[in-house]
Design a binder for this molecule. Sequence first.
Ligand SMILES: *[C@@H]1O[C@H](CO)[C@@H](O)[C@H](O)[C@H]1NC(C)=O
Ligand SMILES: *[C@@H]1O[C@H](CO)[C@@H](O)[C@H](O)[C@H]1NC(C)=O
Ligand SMILES: *[C@@H]1O[C@H](CO)[C@@H](O)[C@H](O)[C@H]1NC(C)=O
Ligand SMILES: CC(=O)N[C@H]1CO[C@H](CO)[C@@H](O)[C@@H]1O
Length: 799
Amino acid sequence: MALSAPPYILCFFLLFMLLLCSSTAQAQRNISLGSSLTAANNNLSSWESPSSDFAFGFQQIGKDGFLLAVWFNKIPERTIVWSANGENLVQEGSTVELTKLGLVLQDPNRNQIWTSGLSGTDVAYGAMLDTGNLVLANHNSANLWESFKEPTDTLLVGQTLSQNMTLVARYSETNYSSGRYHFVLQLDGNLVLYTRNFPLNTSNFAYWETNTHNGIQLIYNQSGYMYLEAKNGTILHMLSSNGTNATQDFYQRAILEYDGVFRQYVYPKTNDQRSSGWNMAWTQLSASIPSNICLQILNKIGGGACGYNSYCMLGSDQRPSCHCPDGYTFIDPYDEMKGCKQTFEAQSCDVDSEDADHFTFNSMLNADWPECDLEYFQKVDENWCRKACLGNCFCVAAVFRDGDCWMKRSPLSNGKVDPNDGGKALIKLRRDNSTSKAGGIDARKKDQSTMVLLGSVLSSSVFLNALLGAAFLVLFRFGQKAKVIKHKQFLPEMNLHIFTYAQLEAATSGFKELLGRGAFASVFKGVLAFDDNQCLVAVKRLEHTVKESEQEFKAEVTAIGRTNHKNLVQLIGFCNEGLHRLLIYAYMRNGSLSSFLFGPSKPNWHLRVEIALGTARGLFYLHEECSTQILHCDIKPQNILLDDSYTARISDFGLAKILKTEQTRTTTGIRGTKGYVAPEWFRNMPVTAKVDVYSYGILLLELICCRRNVEENVKDEAHMILADWAYDCYAGRELEFLVENDNEALQDMKKVEKYVMIALWCIQEDPSLRPTMKKVMLMLEGTVEVSVPPNPTSFMSSI
Ligand SMILES: *[C@@H]1O[C@H](CO)[C@@H](O)[C@H](O)[C@H]1NC(C)=O
Ligand SMILES: *[C@@H]1O[C@H](CO)[C@@H](O)[C@H](O)[C@H]1NC(C)=O
Ligand SMILES: *[C@@H]1O[C@H](CO)[C@@H](O)[C@H](O)[C@H]1NC(C)=O
Ligand SMILES: CC(=O)N[C@H]1CO[C@H](CO)[C@@H](O)[C@@H]1O
């Protein structure tokens, strides 16, 4: 009968069967005994919840191995909400099996790595529920084990944290082993955030608590509210006050993040809103717990939220980030919470040493390192404080505030920047830029390895032969093949890599994602793989039409490659192949200052001050501290990039100079951008470093006022050119107008005035009246007084 049926009916029948099968598969979510999953590179098998919102299985963590986990399954971001073996990732071929004894995770050699731990009980089946709870049940459908009862760092809607249960922060964003913080509902009814006595699993220092005595459970209810409840059901403490993000429209989670902050996130379920990703749920950002961890962790023992010799600062996104003061670098750039190390040799304590003369200070406003005081003096002035610290070989920094002087000992701890503190920290630095003795030896060792490496690849490359100049021998570390490049060599110091055009073409997927385009170059996003690491880069492709000499390109690359400053974008390498000229820079996640400053969410005043300072420091470095002076010639917000911690990093420096020779010969070839260009470009006057000072002045005004120098849509025509308006406001003593509606700036009018004055000095038409970048920097930092600036245009009228 079936045979005689027309073929299409057969097809329908098969299709129907298929649909039936898949729909029963949808409903049949019981995981039966003996089921197993295997960790494999390209095999995404998992056990999904009926709605597919959650799944359980293996997730690959970089090249480190596999994590047995539960995750949000329908969103592109991998968001893990529970994991079994964060401390102990397993390799490909490992399996998890559901047995009568529960879930058992085995490595490829059948060693047991983890088990859900149910001795002697009879598991009948398991299920991944739509709530995100993974359960194991017996024949009576009674839950014997639930992932909700053994949380890692995340709570989901419907999950409760009962007494004695703990959330442990992971070590870093991508390292799932236990980190430095935990969150516990204690048996005494108090809900507490602790620093962990890493690597031990004990509590160290409580940095937030509800101070309750009868809390019985922390509830995350269906409306997205989170609160601590007493036995009789009364709410003792509300953790999240905003439950408007209904669970039917939003995915939700609350997590103790690796930075020690407990945050609640929501993610829209509908596709059209997807692009926004996970957002903080609490409308008041201050509702993250604690609101500013930088100020909260203050313990006599330990380094604080960011480790020793570093400081913690809240970014404009209200997230804490760790930074090293000038003269210090991260011990491990991949683990910024590990603290910083000095890059120079410490001051000698020998009696007749004149070492003190070799030290100076960099000042940092609002910074402090409490809990490491060496000495304390009152009723002194800043100069006295500086001298006292210079004269004490144990003093590594001093904090000066209103006549009080605290000398600080090494290592600095609990570092923070808090605009409410006021005062300034003076960081002691070795004046000459020589690094420590140890560093010197390291450098020599590296040079030797460079030469060996060089020798081995030399014969194969024409370009390398061209670089035979002795200077290049010590400057470059060659790695024609990616394999040769170790990731350590890839990071901070001046290690330029040479790439082939093909490598860069692959890294950018054929120059697909354009980040920006200028007159002479286009910039593309790319990914470079080095050993185990993937690294985002910005690849700048110079246009073929600009054909400067080979020699000059190399000289410039050398000059840029030699630069190393935290306020410059780091050049990683280059490609010089036929007509192809490309420069490879570190990728800056937070984009350009332009989009930030003129975008919808403006940076706060204190961050703008930091950016102004950082940019000034970077320019000062280019002008005065590099072996060859580098003029930027195109300072503007588009060329100031912001790194992960919103530190200003100047980009495009030196490149302007590469293009210079050809461009300056033509009278119309003004380099730079309208509105930021110094007048001497138009006037047949010598072009010096002062052109950058001019552009910086304009940038500084834009930073102060959060608006562009030229704004055509303004109510009052007199406000169209910011530089003119700013001078009018200054002369008329009505600077408040410049920072209207900016409460933070309005409360800091003294600094606003000082910064406007500095900017007015910078934009003097007469280049000789403009200060050097060094002086600008010292004025911004407050080391040098700012005198009354003349009208910037008075020079023009005298010509
Ligand atoms: C799962 O298995 C249990 C016990 O065998 C059974 O009672 C339950 O109905 C099953 N659930 C589904 C969705 O099949
Ligand atoms: C995660 O961090 C811990 C603690 O520093 C470290 O021991 C472990 O090797 C790291 N794991 C991975 C996969 O990097
Ligand atoms: C969740 O808790 C809040 C605050 O107590 C309450 O107003 C709301 O009705 C609760 N929602 C549910 C679904 O229980
Ligand atoms: C040791 C060292 O690198 N010293 C350099 C410090 O910077 C000046 C320029 O600012 C150079 O001239 C020194 O060679």
